[in-house]
Design a protein around this ligand. Structure first.
Ligand code: SAM
Length: 217
C-alpha cells in the first residue's frame, strides 16, 4: 500500500499520531530529501529505510517504487514539507500508483496553502490555487492579468528571492487592493501582512526578505 503522509511545514509538532504510526510501520519511506526528512524521523525516533524521490529522478524512481508496491511492500511518501502531491514530485508516483491499481491513502496534515488561506482573512468558500507564478517577468505579468479576472480568493506560493518582484507586479496590476502575505507559517517568526502590495513591498524591502511565502489576493 502507498501511504501519502503529510509532514510539518515548520513546526515539528504538527504531525498526527496516525502519521507517526504509519511512518513506523512501513517498509520504506520515499522522501524528497532524505536528509531533511531524517530530522523529523530522528525527532520521533523512527528508524526506517529511506530513499530519495525528487524532481530529477521522479520518473525512474516512481517506476522503481511501483515495482516494490507490486511486490507487496508498504511505502510512505513524504515531501520536504506539507502535503505530498501539491507542487512536488509526489504527483508522479501517486498517478502511477492509481493507474496500476495500487491501494493508496493520504494521511492528512499541514499544507501551507490552507494555513495562508485561513489566516489571510479572505473569503475561503471559493478560492483558486495558482501554485508558483511564472519565473519570467513578462509571463508573470500576463499570469497576474489573467488572475485579476477571477472573482474569488487567489493563493500563490513564492520564494524569498522572488517575493519583491512579485509584489512589484502585483502593485501594478492590483493597485490599492488589500492582499495578504504569509511567511514562516507555523514557525517562530510566523507573520501575516495584510495591506496593499505597495505597502507590503515597503515593509519587506529594507531587510532582505527571508523565509517561505504564500500570497493571498
Ligand atoms: N507540498 C507543500 C504544501 O503542502 O504546502 C508545498 C510545497 S512547495 C514546493 C513549497 C512552497 O510552499 C514554498 O516555496 C512556500 O511558498 C510554501 N511554503 C511551504 N512551507 C511554508 C511555510 N512554513 N510558510 C510559508 N510558506 C510555506
Amino acid at each position: 500500500m502507498l501511504y501519502i503522509v503529510a509532514t510539518p511545514i515548520g513546526n515539528l509538532k504538527d504531525i498526527s499520531l496516525r502519521s507517526l504510526e504509519v511512518l513506523k510501520s512501513v517498509d520504506l519511506i520515499a522522501c524528497e530529501d532524505t536528509r531533511h526528512t531524517q530530522i523529523l524521523l530522528s525527532h520521533y525516533a523512527i528508524h526506517k529505510p529511506t530513499t530519495s524521490f525528487y524532481q530529477h529522478n521522479r520518473f525512474t524512481k516512481a517506476a522503481y517504487l511501483l515495482g516494490l508496491l507490486k511486490a507487496g511492500k508498504d511505502i510512505a511518501l513524504v515531501s520536504d514539507a506539507g502535503t505530498p502531491g501539491i507542487l512536488d514530485p509526489g504527483y508522479n508516483l501517486i498517478n502511477l500508483a492509481i493507474k496500476n491499481n495500487i491501494a493508496l491513502t493520504l494521511i492528512p496534515g499541514p499544507s501551507a496553502l490552507i494555513n495562508a488561506l485561513v489566516l489571510s482573512g479572505k473569503p475561503a468558500h471559493e478560492f483558486y490555487f495558482a501554485g508558483f507564478l511564472p519565473n519570467k517577468r513578462k509571463a508573470q505579468q500576463r499570469k497576474l492579468q489573467e488572475l485579476r479576472k477571477f472573482k474569488c480568493t487567489i493563493i500563490c506560493y513564492e520564494s524569498s528571492h522572488r517575493i519583491l518582484a512579485a509584489l512589484e507586479d502585483m502593485a501594478e496590476i492590483f493597485g490599492a487592493q488589500e492582499i495578504a502575505v504569509a511567511r514562516e507559517l507555523t514557525k517562530k517568526f510566523e507573520e501575516v501582512i495584510r495591506a496593499a502590495p505597495r505597502a507590503i513591498l515597503e515593509k519587506l524591502q529594507p531587510s532582505r526578505p527571508r523565509g517561505e511565502f504564500v500570497i493571498a489576493i
